[in-house]
Each structure stands twice: as C-alpha cells, then as structure tokens.
Design a binder for this molecule. Structure first.
Ligand code: 4NP
Length: 153
C-alpha cells in the first residue's frame, strides 16, 4: 500500500509547523504515513524548533527536539500528497509557487479541516508567551485528531 505524505507549513518552521508535524506523526502509523514540516521563509534553516514549542510538546509527551528547520520548495509539491498551511499568509506564499492546478489542490489551510473553528488561522505565537504556545498546541491537537479520523476511516 502506498504511503500518504503530509507536509505542515508555517513561516519560520520553528513554532507552529514543528508542533503540527510532531502531533500528527504521534497519531499515525509510520508504516502508512510520512509527516514532515517546512517554513515558507529561509529565516531558521537548520535550527531546532523554538524552545517553547519543544517545551509544550514535551509537556504532552511528544519529542520534537530532533526536528530541523527547512524551507518549503517546489519539489515538495511532488513529494507530498497533502500540504497544510497554518495561516492565510502561509497559504498565499505556497500557492505563489504552485506550477499548476494539481499543485494547488494539494494545499489547504489546516483549520479549514474542521468547520467548528471560527478563526481559520493558527495564530503565530513567536512574539507571545507560553500561554500562546499552549493555545496553538490545543488547536493543532484537535485538528490533527480530525485529520486522523479522515485519513484512517
Ligand atoms: P512560525 O513562527 O512561523 O510558527 O515558525 C515564526 C517564527 C519565526 C519568525 C516568525 C514566525 N520570524 O520572523 O523569525
């Protein structure tokens, strides 16, 4: 059976998408699913996730400390089946790189997966505090649960 490949994308690839990556990976079989993350910017290439993302994930039993920042590139449209953007700005930046309709239809804003979310952007916690990171974790955990349901039902 073919692997399903899922990419989580934010701006820096140090706060939100590493959490989304770690959370979704923890809920799926690694024999059937490959999960990765990337940033639209080149700001944090090779860096470990933000220490606050590492801490909030660890509080929930997930280790993301081994992840390293990388920049989204057009090859990702070929590698991945589904590309989840954390917010509208990330979505727009990914779509700017799309080569055709096939690329475009792979990209979704992650919170659009669940109609219960009134706010469709995962807020950027970079300039926030631990409470903001905890809020992002809660949002991403809920939406990843929904994604898993869809992928495995
Ligand atoms: P992320 O958060 O997109 O969730 O990783 C940010 C991280 C770094 C920056 C902005 C957002 N930055 O400007 O360096």
């Amino acid at each position: 059976m073919a692997m399903t490949r899922i990419l989580m994308v934010c701006l820096g690839n140090i706060c939100r998408s590493p959490l989304a990556h770690g959370i979704l990976e923890s809920k799926l079989s690694d024999e059937l699913f490959y999960v990765d993350s990337a940033g639209t910017s080149n700001y944090h290439i090779g860096e470990q996730p933000d220490r606050r993302s590492i801490a909030v994930a660890r509080q929930h039993g997930i280790d993301i400390s081994h992840q390293a920042g990388r920049q989204f590139n057009i090859n990702d449209f070929d590698t991945f089946d589904i590309i989840y953007a954390m917010d509208q700005s990330n979505y727009n930046n990914i779509i700017k790189l799309a080569r055709n309709q096939k690329d475009i239809v792979k990209v979704q804003k992650i919170l659009d997966v669940d109609t219960n979310f009134a706010n469709k952007d995962v807020p950027d916690p970079y300039y926030g505090d631990m409470g903001d990171f905890e809020h992002v974790y809660t949002l991403l955990d809920a939406v990843c649960q929904k994604i898993v349901k869809e992928l495995t039902s």
